[in-house]
Design a protein around this ligand. Structure first.
Ligand code: GLC
Length: 614
């Protein structure tokens, strides 16, 4: 018996033409109709078995599409095992998340990976089962249900650029199955790989140089952008698209609401390019999203595209794709600029770079964050640096020196990740607190940590906290003890949750308290809804980042002093915004700032969120 409802049929009518047009642009007019039919069959089958509770969620999301944009929304990201051992353990910790104000939980890869090494789970061997030591699919469904009941949306990774060499598709390909061989990019000799290599960068030059790996069983070179055991799938094969649509909807029917599209920038290959950000990436995202909108509209996508500022906006949709690709996307550009500002004590480069990034579509949101589980790569566009009179290479070198602690006077204690001898790139691993000076005992580190959070909480988007940053956890000195981790120093900032500290309420540096305060203030400010436009104003004082959020209830000026000295918000800025009134309030301090000749003083590393409270 079919359980398809009127909502489904309506969405199908409305969206099927768009799906077809999208597929035509990728696979051509001849092939597209059959692919569309296949996808819609998958969508209908998934919708038919979609539990009533999730259909009700679909309706709620359609009625209130801004749920993830609200100022009260906070994200949290963690490895399930490092946070609470198992999925059941995570369920037990839901009160902690609620208490922090979390409404969105990204649990790091938890589907069955290949045995270690598996890139922290990003080498998936089976998308339809859960890593056995964490639990099983029943536990996943139960956890999603509990979270949903508490108003927390569950986000999981959808690793769709590659599968593990041990995934059934790859095993079949290795066993000689031609159909499955067609799921991968396989070449008999070096001719084509070499042609691609001429323009391809290396993601892991240290432990996985090159982008292709010879496999004896395949008797060919297989594309492996990341590690040699992560085989890139071939999205020019429509069967691959159909497989992933089916996987998404199966997980959605367990209660997964948001899919983090891992390494999405890489899924389309084009000779003569760096094989990132190709137009088909966005078409394919759109196709997947359209199917999800029809069958399970509560599903949302979060793009993980750690790319340069010029390529970022496309992940939330520009032009024809506006609002039709991912709903959320990591604001890698902001994250990089936060660290750049803190090291240089200067906001001019950040201001210029951020001003160049267009407003995202109003139905979408950036994921704003200071740290995540990955390294920090200095994605600063050369043009942006030159525009403010900075030599880009020298600045990137400075940032690597600063954050690895080798620059004289540096308070940071990071590690160099993936030193690329050819380009000179040195990315950085390290926990937020260690990078911000707490490990080195710098007296201004706590203010710096809170300031970094203030920037991402006010900038516009869905802020996501990386597990442990709310406690100011330092680098894990034992990160290399696990032999499966020893080659990958990103584990230095993936510690275990110190529950005894939490339970005893220890907060010696008052980082948790400071962050909780900022979160409470954020919740109270309607200006901070993600749909409220974000303007970055030219700095008057080069040490103060000025972010303006113009809301119908009046403007909010979020001013952030990125230096260790006292700085100023100039009177003219307040005048321009009409804020130079008796009603001027700083929402963070909860008081009227004391003006000096019309200017607002900002203590070292202080933030003020100024608005008319009168
Ligand atoms: C993403 C993940 C990263 C992983 C890579 C390959 O960038 O965040 O941890 O190494 O994809 O899957």
């Amino acid at each position: 018996m079919t359980r398809t409802d009127a909502g489904f049929e309506g969405r199908l009518q409305q969206l099927a033409p768009d799906l077809l047009r999208t597929l035509e642009r990728v696979y051509g007019a001849e092939a597209a109709p059959a692919v569309a039919d296949r996808l819609l069959t998958i969508g209908r089958a998934a919708h038919d078995v979609r539990p009533d509770e999730l259909r009700a969620l679909d309706e709620r999301r359609l009625a209130e599409p801004d749920w993830f944009q609200r100022p009260g929304m906070l994200g949290y990201a963690a490895y399930a095992d490092r946070f609470a051992s198992t999925l059941r353990g995570v369920e037990d910790r839901v009160p902690y998340l609620r208490d922090l104000g979390v409404g969105y939980l990204h649990l790091m890869p938890l589907l069955t990976p290949r045995p270690a090494p598996n890139d922290g789970g990003y080498a998936v061997a089976d998308y339809r089962s859960v890593r056995p030591d964490l639990g099983d699919t029943h536990d996943l469904r139960d956890l999603a249900t509990t979270l949903r009941g508490e108003g927390i949306s569950l986000c999981l990774d959808l690793v769709l650029n590659h599968v593990a060499r041990e995934h059934a598709w790859a095993e079949a390909a290795r066993a000689g199955d031609e159909d499955k061989r067609g799921y991968f990019h396989v070449f008999p000799d070096r001719e084509v790989p070499d042609a691609y290599e001429a323009t391809l960068p290396e993601v892991f030059p240290d432990f996985a140089p090159g982008n292709f790996t010879w496999d004896d069983e395949l008797d060919g070179w297989v594309w492996t952008t990341f590690n040699d055991y992560q085989w890139d799938v071939d999205w020019s094969n429509p069967a691959v698209l159909c497989e992933y649509a089916d996987i998404i909807l199966a997980l959605a029917n367990l209660g997964v609401e948001v899919f983090r599209l891992d390494a999405i920038a890489f899924i389309w290959k084009r000779l003569g390019t760096d094989c990132q950000n190709e137009p088909e990436v966005h078409e394919l995202t759109r196709a997947l999203r359209t199917v999800a909108r029809i069958a399970a509209p509560a599903v949302h996508f979060k793009a993980e595209a750690i790319v340069g500022p010029a390529d970022l906006p496309a992940y939330l949709g520009v032009g024809e794709h506006a609002g039709k690709v991912s709903d959320l996307a990591y604001h890698n550009g902001l994250m990089v600029q936060v660290w750049s500002m803190l090291a240089s004590g200067d906001v001019r480069l950040a201001t210029h770079a951020l001003q160049g990034i267009p407003q995202p579509p109003p139905t979408t949101a950036w994921v704003t964050y200071v740290r995540c589980h990955d390294d920090i790569g200095w994605a600063i566009a050369d043009e942006d640096a030159w525009a403010v009179g900075t030599d880009p290479s020298a600045h990137r070198r400075f940032l690597s020196d600063w954050y690895s602690g080798s620059f004289p006077g540096s308070w940071a204690r990071g590690l160099v990740f993936q030193h690329n001898e050819q380009t000179g790139d040195r990315r950085i691993s390290g926990s937020l607190a260690s990078l911000a000076g707490l490990e080195a005992g710098d007296p201004q580190s706590v203010a710096r940590i809170l300031l970094a959070h203030a920037v991402v909480l006010s900038f516009g988007g869905l802020p996501v906290i990386w597990m442990g940053d709310e406690l100011g956890l330092l680098n894990d000195p034992h990160w290399a003890d696990d032999p499966a981790h020893a080659a990958d120093n990103r584990w230095v900032h993936r510690p275990r949750m110190p529950w005894p500290t939490v339970e005893q309420g220890r907060d010696p540096h008052r980082i948790t308290a400071g962050l909780r305060h900022l979160l409470a203030v954020r919740r109270s400010l309607p200006h901070l809804h993600a749909a409220t436009p974000t303007e970055v104003w030219d700095p008057r004082d080069p040490g103060v980042l000025l972010v303006v959020r113009r809301h119908p209830s009046g403007p909010l000026l979020a001013a952030h002093n990125v230096t260790g000295e006292r700085a100023w918000v100039d009177a003219d800025v307040l005048h321009w915004l009409g804020l130079h009134t008796d009603g001027l309030r700083d929402a963070i301090s909860g008081t009227a700032p004391s003006l000096h000749e019309g200017a607002v003083p900002l203590e070292p590393y202080a933030a003020a969120w100024l608005h008319d409270g009168g």
